[in-house]
Ligand binder design. Structure first.
Ligand code: MEV
Length: 338
């Protein structure tokens, strides 16, 4: 039996545009998905999800995941959860050359599903790592990140970048542009997250941006403009000392870029009323910047604020279900028990 955890993430900048090769900077946060894998004697897969914002479920299958557990949750969320777990199992079987391996899998997650905090990437990364380890074929981090990306790519019908899976595997802040993925040294940024209790459908949201981009020049320009924001933000981060507190000037400049990034994502149609409400609540409380994080449509915003004001204000903002300070997770995927 092996238990592995992997962190979720927030996007400092660059979601959606990263799908078209523009750079993005996601940062891993101390909210983890934990997957335990145990080998079975048959080729079945039994999945028990203790908490995926799904009230928990158990399902056992052989061959396909067509059988769905009878739980009171939106079908797309359930399909997504099962799809990601199944894709992780397939990647692990392939990597270990064990096509008939069966597993008992338990998933526990502190990361709400589909909320923009990288829950699926964390489950896939931890799942592949746990399953390959019980098969006696642990992967190096680059291969793990590659295989996790393949799994997301498949479930999201080819509409995925390497950003979420690379960030969850490596931890810390990373830069992703197409296939070029690197770790960044950044000072610790004061992230505050607000969550509206909802979720967006990543595949659909990415497809809607693609359609807009294919139809209107403004949308293609907007995607490129997001890339420019990211490059500017990266230069600011590169000049900062990673071992010191970020200066007020840096936080303020990053905040401006974050605000512009949110505006551009809104123009691409991926914000929502509740996300905008939380973004404005954060700004009015004194956050240096606030934007949606992840695919959008609902879920989470991320703000920069050293003080407690943003978190307090979000707590009293109608439509905000939870708010918390998100610590940078310097460690990515991690074996918890073997
Ligand atoms: C989803 O967390 C981030 C998107 O950019 C999709 C992706 O990069 O795979 C919207």
């Amino acid at each position: 039996m092996t238990t592995v955890s992997a962190p979720g993430k927030v996007y400092l900048f660059g979601e959606h545009a990263v799908v078209y090769g523009e750079p993005a900077v996601p940062c891993a946060i101390e909210k983890r998905a934990t997957v335990t894998a145990e080998l079975r004697e048959d080729d079945h897969v039994r999945v028990e999800a203790a908490d995926l914002s799904l009230n928990g479920f158990v399902v056992e299958y052989a061959g396909t995941t067509d059988h769905r557990p009878d739980v009171d949750v939106p079908q797309p969320l359930l399909d997504a959860a099962m799809g990601y777990i199944d894709a992780a199992v397939q990647q692990a079987r392939e990597a270990a050359d064990a096509p008939d391996a069966g597993f008992d899998i338990t998933v526990e997650s502190e990361i709400p599903l589909g909320a923009g905090l990288g829950s699926s990437a964390a489950v896939v990364v931890a799942g592949i790592d746990a399953a390959t380890r019980v098969l006696g074929e642990p992967l190096d981090l680059r291969e793990l990140a590659d295989r996790a990306y393949n799994a997301e790519y498949e479930v999201q019908d080819g509409q995925a970048s390497r950003a979420d899976t690379f960030c969850s595997t490596m931890g810390g802040a990373v830069r992703v542009a197409g296939d070029d993925c690197t770790k960044l040294s950044t000072p610790t940024l004061p992230f505050v997250v607000g969550f509206d209790g909802g979720a967006g459908d990543t595949g659909k949201l990415v497809a809607s941006v693609r359609e807009l981009r294919d139809t209107y020049e403004f949308a293609a320009d907007t995607v490129e403009a997001i890339g420019d924001i990211v490059s500017t933000g990266e230069s600011l981060l590169a000049e900062a000392d990673p071992n010191s507190e970020p200066s007020d000037e840096l936080i303020s400049e990053l905040g401006d870029l974050i605000n512009i990034n949110h505006g551009l994502l809104s123009a691409l149609g991926v914000s929502s009323r509740s996300l905008d409400t939380m973004v404005w609540a954060a700004r009015e409380a004194g956050a240096e910047g606030a934007k949606l994080t992840g695919a959008g449509g609902g879920g989470c915003i991320v703000a920069l604020d050293r003080t407690a004001e943003t978190q307090t204000s979000l707590r009293y903002t109608p439509g905000c279900e939870d708010s918390f300070r998100a610590e940078l997770a310097t460690e990515g995927v991690r074996v918890e028990d073997e």
